[in-house]
Design a protein around this ligand. Structure first.
Ligand code: AMP
Length: 453
């Protein structure tokens, strides 16, 4: 396996520009229009590899310019060859959330707008009517950015064929390898030709998914861009002690005293996002909730309003933790702590993006101290515990419980359904067939990713 770190790609004396990476004049115009002065490390390493058709396995922090790292070379390869026809798709980008699909589709469109011939780019995800997506797929697509469930729906409706996929991108790949998506991913992989280019991008590759990634890739170029968000110097991480019932008041106090104009707050449950948003609104702060049980229209609106600064505080479940690019987001607050150290990385990675600095604040209470210490240990952190005047905690730590009182990320209904179906497919229990939107899975197909060559 070829392994490249940023320092290798950027030897002294190298003049690192987009032009030296082999991009066409049209795409050079696209990056100039975005005011990108020079390639980011992951772009410098990935673009030449993708242009020459290699598989890539990139561990790069969120906000590192991952999207352009695969979108630019893919657009170049597509524009230099025949357009898609029939029901076929040539490049497929799979992502775990609808918001991320919309964001990546938009990036492809922006970069692709400077090409001499139009490239057909479609974004498909669930929660919205399937009919317009089926209509749009007539004549195939050069690029489809999709969430796995809706893509399978479209396959089942014969609206698209994956049998001519030339390049597969898995973004936030570790999440796509989760048991929750495993059955869908296995089915999708089985519909694609074995001879294709595979590109895996993620901020984190936990050990559990490394074997799966290795099985999928053929002699990949391995790219490690250092500095995970949890240890990134431009994100100031703080731990503030507070009793749980006083967190909303403390949040309000911090927003007002610091004059924060844009804050992303993570909470453990959908109910809590709505409840705290309501309380903030009553206090005269523009706040809105973002979670998986809102209609897709409401999710899109919440995010758009937040990005457009119509809303000051976005209260979200982990649906907003993955890959979302919110420019100038100075503060992320973990109102409820994340369940895992990996989730912590993804959440705080929403701030401090593209060279900006950011603040990540963790509310820690007597019941969650032990859990937060575990997260710190995994990231080699030892944050001083702060107290804010007027909000000093009164509750005392309960000894002996590592996760005592932590409201972890609850699995969504959809994730539970996916997991139950995956278990049933492996012969463990009866599948909830009547509820599963894709119909029964293929008989006992286990989640095994074959080595392609
Ligand atoms: P991503 O990691 O793909 O979500 O990108 C994070 C942000 O970095 C996005 O707002 C991009 O527009 C921006 N970006 C991507 N590449 C560059 C670059 N070479 N120079 C400056 N900003 C960039």
């Amino acid at each position: 396996m070829e392994r490249r770190s940023w320092s290798e790609c950027n030897k002294p004396g190298d003049v690192m520009t987009f032009a030296t990476l082999g991009l066409s004049e049209f795409l050079l115009r696209a990056v100039a229009a975005r005011n990108y002065a020079e390639p980011t490390p992951v772009q410098a390493a990935a673009i030449p590899a993708i242009l020459r058709g290699a598989d890539v396995w990139a561990s790069a922090q969120t906000g590192s310019g991952k999207t352009a790292a695969f979108a630019l070379p893919l657009l170049q390869r597509l524009s230099g060859s025949r357009r898609a026809r029939g029901r076929f798709v040539r490049s497929l980008v799979l992502v775990p959330t609808r918001e991320l699909a919309a964001q990546i589709g938009e990036s492809f469109r922006r970069y692709g707008a400077s090409l001499p011939e139009p490239i057909k780019i479609l974004t498909v995800y669930g929660g919205v009517s399937i009919n317009p997506q089926m209509m749009a797929l007539g004549g195939g697509a050069d690029v489809i950015v999709a969430t796995p469930g809706r893509l399978l729906d479209l396959v089942d409706h014969n609206a698209v064929s994956l049998s001519a996929v030339e390049t597969l991108v898995l973004d936030e790949a570790d999440r796509l390898f989760d048991l929750g998506f495993a059955a869908e991913l296995t089915r999708l992989l089985g519909l694609m030709p074995a001879d294709r280019q595979n590109l895996l991008f993620s901020a984190t590759f936990p050990p559990a998914v490394q074997g799966l990634a290795e099985g999928l890739l053929r002699d990949p170029v391995r790219i490690d861009v250092p500095s995970a968000p949890a240890t990134k110097p431009d994100i100031l991480q703080r731990a503030i002690e507070v009793d749980p019932p006083r967190r909303t008041q403390l949040l309000r106090h911090l927003i007002e005293t610091n004059g924060w104009t844009r804050v992303l707050v993570f909470l453990a449950t959908k109910y809590a996002t709505e409840h705290v948003a309501e309380k903030l609104r009553k206090a005269g702060i523009e706040a809105t909730a973002l979670h998986g049980e809102l209609s897709q229209g409401a999710r899109t609106r919440a995010l758009a309003d937040f990005k457009a600064s119509k809303v000051q505080v976005l209260l979200a479940t982990d649906v907003a933790a993955r890959g979302l690019d919110i420019a100038q987001l100075p503060v992320v607050v973990n109102f409820d702590l994340p369940r895992s150290a990996t989730d912590y990385t993804h959440r705080i990675g929403r701030t401090g993006r593209a060279g900006e600095s950011g603040i990540a604040i963790n509310f820690v209470s007597a019941g969650t101290h032990a859990h937060f210490r575990l997260i710190e240990k995994r990231h080699g952190l030892d944050l001083p515990r702060e107290q804010i005047e007027g909000f000093e905690p009164e509750e005392e730590e309960v000894p002996g419980s590592a996760t005592g009182g932590v409201k972890g990320k609850r699995k969504s209904k959809k994730d539970k359904l996916r997991e139950a179906t995956a278990r049933a497919a492996a012969g463990e229990t009866e599948a909830p067939k009547e509820k599963f939107p894709l119909g029964p899975l293929e008989p006992t197909r286990r989640f095994v990713i074959r080595r392609m060559r």
